[in-house]
Unconditional design. Structure first.
Length: 328
């Protein structure tokens, strides 16, 4: 018991945020319940983002009922590649990524050949709520398939790497790059075996990685170093993330973004209950950074000042950036 207490004290001193603190001090405090549908439903998130002029993968169509499944051909048209996902899914479950057509059938991103009927069956499963939060009836979203920027070729396996930035009241506080692996079946999901790599907020330079809660420096499939990679258009990612506060009104969110080789940074989804593994990837706690942001907001409120997304990004980069891999 004494050992556990010492461990907890040591983690607390380093500012490591636990799930209870995250829920009580941040999720419950800053995220109003009535705003949750904006982030829990990918279609609503996408529609809000489009209205706000924030770039997202293009939406080809929505299927809401079994009857509408017959519209699939019309929605897909002549396209060779597309993505089908549950509007209220979580953790990447239920997502079907079609990379090409083959002899009247479809080829998934992993190379599996499937029929039109199998795609319809997947949509039907989505509609029944098989993948949705709470098992409620859902809608299927058909959208543009992101093509990852070539910079990720040497440090990713198959799927699409994504970037998560934790944002508190519009201020980015921590970032990580999530890299698919063979173990994660090409999904950028840490719980399924993807790699989390810390990212310096000021420069967009990758730091050391974590895989299955162990620190690593190389990708297990490509064996290339995951640290020291310069992410392109980093300031663009930071501004996109900061602007999501105005987009959804939630004060504590995880903003998930991708870098498309043709379209640049795109918002994939927002998360009202972002996980805490980002701290392992950065070898740094969230609590001290969150307190610094809260102190900044309190100071500005006294002056009657509210910062723009660009100003919030500048503050975060000056205070939390310029971390060298050797320091962690």
């Amino acid at each position: 018991m004494i050992g556990l207490w010492k461990t907890w004290k040591a983690l607390s001193a380093r500012g490591i945020m636990g799930i209870n603190r995250r829920n009580a001090d941040y999720v419950l405090k800053y995220n109003k319940r009535h705003l949750y549908p904006i982030v829990d439903d990918k279609i609503i998130t996408k529609e809000r983002a489009i209205q706000a002029g924030i770039h997202v993968p293009e939406m080809y169509g929505i299927i809401s009922t079994e009857k509408e499944i017959e519209k699939l051909d019309e929605i897909i048209g002549e396209r060779n590649d597309f993505v089908i996902k549950p509007a209220q899914g979580a953790g990447g479950d239920g997502i079907l990524v079609i990379a090409d057509r083959f002899e009247g059938r479809y080829k998934t991103v992993s190379g599996k050949i499937i029929s039109h009927e199998e795609i319809e069956h997947q949509i039907s499963s989505i509609l029944t709520g098989l993948y949705s939060l709470g098992g409620h009836r859902d809608r299927a979203l058909i959208e543009y398939r992101v093509t990852p920027d070539p910079i990720f070729k040497s440090i990713s396996y198959e799927g699409v790497p994504d970037i998560r930035i934790i944002v508190l009241m519009g201020y980015p506080v921590m970032a990580m790059l999530r890299l698919p692996t063979r173990q994660s079946n090409g999904k950028a999901n840490l719980h399924q075996g993807a790699i989390g790599v810390g990212v310096d907020l000021a420069t967009g330079l990758t730091l050391r990685g974590t895989w299955l809660n162990n620190k690593i420096s190389k990708h297990p499939d490509t064996t290339n170093a995951v640290d020291g990679v310069q992410l392109p258009n980093w300031d663009g990612f930071m501004k996109l993330a900061a602007g999501c506060y105005e987009l959804c009104g939630l004060g504590y969110i995880g903003v998930d973004m991708v870098l498309d080789q043709d379209k640049g940074p795109l918002i994939l989804e927002l998360n009202a209950r972002p996980g805490l593994n980002i701290q392992i990837a950065n070898d740094c706690g969230l609590t001290h950074r969150a307190h610094a942001v809260e102190a900044r907001i309190a100071e500005l409120e006294k002056q009657g000042v509210k910062e723009s997304p660009e100003e919030r990004v500048r503050f975060s980069q000056q205070l939390f950036g310029h971390v060298k891999p050797a320091e962690i």
